[in-house]
Write a protein that binds this ligand. Structure first.
Ligand SMILES: Cc1ncc(C[n+]2csc(CCOP(=O)(O)OP(=O)(O)O)c2C)c(N)n1
Length: 327
């Protein structure tokens, strides 16, 4: 018998993540976000799986496409949205923006430098091991980041020391415009794990049940002292690399086909209806998550922006050069 209560939790969590990113798209249209915005539409099943697999005290270090991982780690959604909208009430007082949300008490951070999330996660894993703590660090990267030197260096050290590290590769098959199959020497990233004497797992990242099971397995493996894991979850990116990407590398038809075939939320809705849940109940969940995100955005947009007079607060050097300032 399928556990429909658990399935509905997963469905709601994916719906909440999508609604969050849709609120970000709305904020961008309202010119509340400046600079590049990278949303994760199409990748919600991986975020929902991460939520279930993490335990308190674990660490997550994410990428430029970080919102779902932050939500999975338990970062306060309102503070995250306020940070993305550059508000004083944001996680970092509006100074980090969408690519650099930091929640040190919660062991969450992100970086816009491709591949650089992994050595930071390695540091967490090393610290956990040195302190004898029962926590796992998750370093997230895309397929593009898996080709970086930082990926290799991280895996070498993590495996040599059997560190509690899980490297999550969200393989959406595109690094901006670069097709994974055209540049990867192996057909999967997971199979590279054998070169590091690590566990490699490959999973359909559009199937929330499958990716949850594999993610929990990866975390158990790392937590029990058996060394690092590479878990590769294949998925599709439904929007451009960033908002404003002209997407010359794929046609509109191709994008629509991916959305029609591989939407993790629609696929799970089918599974839930097969398990006897009514469509109207599923639609009501999505509707309520959208309404909650919309209300949260309205609140956030009423929050103050940082005071320009405080622009140099939190800068760590004393003699900052400010153009035009008196000597
Ligand atoms: C070191 C570095 N090189 C290049 C870039 C520019 N850049 C930003 S995102 C990106 C592609 C990342 O692709 P992938 O790792 O597959 O992640 P995805 O965007 O698909 O989530 C690149 C090259 C960067 N931010 N950092």
């Amino acid at each position: 018998m399928p556990d429909t209560a658990k399935m509905l939790d997963r469905y709601r969590r994916m719906g909440a993540m999508r609604a969050f990113d849709e609120a970000c798209l709305d904020a961008l249209r309202r010119k509340a976000i400046h600079g590049e915005l990278h949303v994760g539409l199409g990748q919600e099943a991986i975020g929902a799986a991460m939520f279930e697999a993490l335990q308190p005290g674990d660490a997550v270090v994410s990428t430029h496409r970080n919102h779902f991982h932050a939500l999975a780690k338990g970062v306060d959604p309102r503070a995250l949205l306020a940070e993305i909208c550059e508000r004083e009430t944001g996680l970092c007082g509006g100074r980090g923006g969408h690519m650099h949300p930091f929640d040190p008490e919660n062991h969450f951070s992100a970086t816009g430098i491709v591949g650089a999330s992994l050595p930071v996660a390695l540091g967490y894993a090393h610290a956990f091991a040195l302190r004898g703590e029962d926590h796992v660090a998750v370093g997230v990267t895309g397929d593009g980041g898996s080709h970086s030197g930082a990926f290799h260096e991280t895996m070498v050290m993590a495996s040599a020391r059997d560190l509690p590290l899980v490297v999550l590769v969200e393989n959406n098959a595109l690094a901006i415009s670069v097709d994974f199959a055209a540049v990867s020497p192996t057909s999967t990233v997971a199979e590279r794990a054998s070169a590091y004497d690590a566990l490699g797992l490959h999973v359909d990242g559009t199937d929330v049940d499958a990716v949850t099971a594999q993610f929990c397995h990866a975390m158990d493996h790392a937590r029990s002292g058996q060394g690092p894991v590479i878990i590769e979850a294949t998925c599709c990116r439904f929007r451009g690399h960033f908002e404003g990407d002209p997407e010359h590398y794929r046609s509109r038809d191709e994008r629509n086909r991916l959305r029609a075939e591989f939407d993790p939320i629609a696929l799970y809705a089918d599974r839930l209806t097969e398990a006897g849940v009514a469509r109207e109940d599923l639609d009501a969940i999505i509707k309520s998550e959208k309404a909650a995100a919309k209300a949260m955005l309205a609140e956030v947009l009423a929050d103050p922006l940082p005071d320009p007079a405080d622009a140099l607060a939190h800068v760590f050097v004393d003699d900052v050069f400010v153009a035009g300032a008196a000597a």
